[in-house]
Design a protein around this ligand. Structure first.
Ligand SMILES: [Zn+2]
Ligand SMILES: [Zn+2]
Ligand SMILES: [Zn+2]
Length: 104
């Protein structure tokens, strides 16, 4: 039987391994201690590769780039679906409310 090792700590893997977003096999311990799940795509992301933490989001780089943007007014991270694009600016709902735009 082919021997597999954890891509993270190098420990020999049994049948219990976890696959990361990069298709690397890692052990349960590393999955728990070194990785976090992207709240968007649910893939395992290496802790230091997590984006959006400053904004209370846990995202992989792909989701961060594809689905999120920063509000041009307050700098907050917003889901593109909830971003209002106005004069080429992306705005969050609160910026929209505080801004000079009236109506819905
Ligand atoms: Zn490991
Ligand atoms: Zn993701
Ligand atoms: Zn904002």
């Amino acid at each position: 039987m082919e021997e597999r090792n954890c891509a993270c700590c190098g420990v020999r893997l049994t049948d219990d391994y976890v696959l990361t977003a990069n298709d690397e096999m890692i052990c349960d311990d590393c999955a728990e201690n070194e990785y976090t799940r992207c709240e968007c795509c649910n893939n395992l992301v290496y802790n230091s590769d997590v984006y959006g933490e400053d904004y209370d989001h846990i995202l992989c780089h792909t989701c961060y780039e594809e689905y999120y943007t920063n509000c041009d007014e307050c700098g907050d991270l917003i889901d593109r679906d909830n971003a209002y694009v106005l004069d080429e600016q992306s705005l969050c709902t609160s910026a929209l409310r505080h801004g000079n735009i009236s109506g819905s």
